[in-house]
Design a protein around this ligand. Structure first.
Ligand SMILES: CC(C)(COP(=O)(O)OP(=O)(O)OC[C@H]1O[C@@H](n2cnc3c(N)ncnc32)[C@H](O)[C@@H]1OP(=O)(O)O)[C@@H](O)C(=O)NCCC(=O)NCCS
Length: 361
């Protein structure tokens, strides 16, 4: 990419270019200013080495640009192109400008450059970001670039001595011709229990031997459709997932008739500002839908969240057309906080998703 040259409102030359390792000191100082740090939730004990590590890490899909004025990096933008196959149309933006350079148009130039990459080099359909509800300058800037608020996420972070809400904002770029939907989208089939339930499922932690059963139902089209999985998923992926235990991951499976027919996981955030929150994902084999298995898994994981992990916010995404899922979550005190438009593609259709959360009373 050729350098992009602009002028700030007070007439200084500005260049937007990819980040370099020797920008670390400038970006660290800019981010540590209390007015900046509180809007991007960097705590005061952040060390220069953490900024260096971040710049030097090679993250697939990351596009990291800086604004240079007078030979120094004064602001940055990251555009993270989501790499999961069903979300590959999507990017996420993070933005920061040093305190003494605000209101000079620099945030706008950085946004322009990031969106140039998103639109004209990656052809992204959906670019999203989150912004604290009290960050009026940033919300104003994003609205100018066509971002719309899709919902408000409550108590999403803790920093500077208090709880914060954020807005999920997104800018969609839909092709001029309608996105082909093929074949005609079908809602999931209603559950047809294959055999009457004799006894409730056994809910227990998973074992590596469960990988085959989990693979069997997560790649079932009716489950893959609503869980971001693929029917082409290979057994090695399921085995690796069972073997790996990343920090903050907790899970249960449901066993019936000697076979694992459902699973649920809770992933506690590791960032100190978000450690009170955890993301939830679950699935039940279609042969066992409508028999209380999902309910049993949810009761178990919410007991773990409330009474063992002290988690205050459990959050999830659920496709809007997944009526059974939405109703199950509503029954367990989750509330709809907003709608993520064009969230995922799969099973021949684009799906919007509700983002839902349950705050512990
Ligand atoms: C948000 C941020 C990136 C903006 O950078 P910037 O270089 O000042 O942005 P610009 O000068 O291009 O534009 C700022 C706009 O906000 C407006 N603005 C400033 N203060 C405002 C306020 N309190 N309420 C509403 N709008 C405000 C400005 O008038 C300008 O709009 P205009 O061009 O229509 O006049 C910068 O404030 C920042 O780094 N803040 C801390 C980190 C942060 O919040 N990052 C975003 C996290 S989601």
């Amino acid at each position: 990419m050729d350098p992009w040259n602009f002028q700030t409102k007070d007439g200084r030359n500005l260049t937007i270019r990819p980040v370099r390792p020797d920008d670390a000191q400038d970006l660290y100082e800019a981010a540590r200013h209390p007015d900046v740090a509180r809007m991007i939730l960097l705590h005061p004990a952040l060390e220069l080495a953490a900024t260096e590590d971040y710049i030097n890490s090679e993250e697939a899909g990351r596009h990291y640009l800086v604004a240079e004025v007078g030979g120094r990096a004064v602001g940055s933008v990251t555009l993270n192109h989501v790499q999961r196959p069903r979300l590959h149309h999507m990017g996420r933006i993070g933005l920061m400008v040093g305190r003494e350079h605000w209101d000079q148009g620099i945030g706008g130039f950085l946004m322009k450059a990031a969106l140039e990459i998103a639109d004209n080099w990656l052809d992204l359909k959906r670019v999203e970001l989150d912004v604290f509800t009290e960050n009026h300058a940033a919300v104003h800037l994003y609205e100018k670039f066509g971002f719309e608020v899709e919902g408000r996420r409550r108590r999403v972070a803790f920093g500077n001595g208090r709880w914060l809400d954020n807005f999920l904002m997104a800018r969609l770029r839909i092709p001029r011709s309608p996105i082909p939907q093929s074949p005609i989208p079908q809602p999931p089939s209603p559950p047809i229990p294959q055999s009457p339930v004799s006894s409730p499922p056994i809910i227990r932690p998973p074992h590596p031997d469960d990988a085959e059963d989990l693979h069997d139902f997560y790649r079932h089209p009716l489950v893959a459709r609503t869980t971001l999985q693929m029917p082409s998923m290979e057994i090695t992926l399921s085995r690796n997932r069972m073997q790996q235990r990343p920090p903050g991951l907790y899970r249960f499976v449901a066993e019936m008739d000697g076979r694992v027919i459902g699973s649920i996981s809770l992933h506690q955030a590791q960032n100190p500002a978000e450690r009170h929150a955890a993301g939830l994902g679950m699935g039940v084999h279609p042969d066992y839908w409508g028999q209380g298995v999902g309910n049993g898994l949810l009761v178990a994981i919410l007991d773990l969240a409330d009474n063992w992990l002290n988690i205050a916010r459990v959050e999830l995404d659920v496709n809007v057309d997944n009526v059974a899922g939405v109703n199950l979550y509503l029954k367990h005190d989750f509330e709809i906080e907003g709608t993520r438009r064009f969230h995922a593609y799969g099973d021949g259709r684009w799906a919007d998703s509700y983002f839902m959360a349950r705050l512990r009373k």
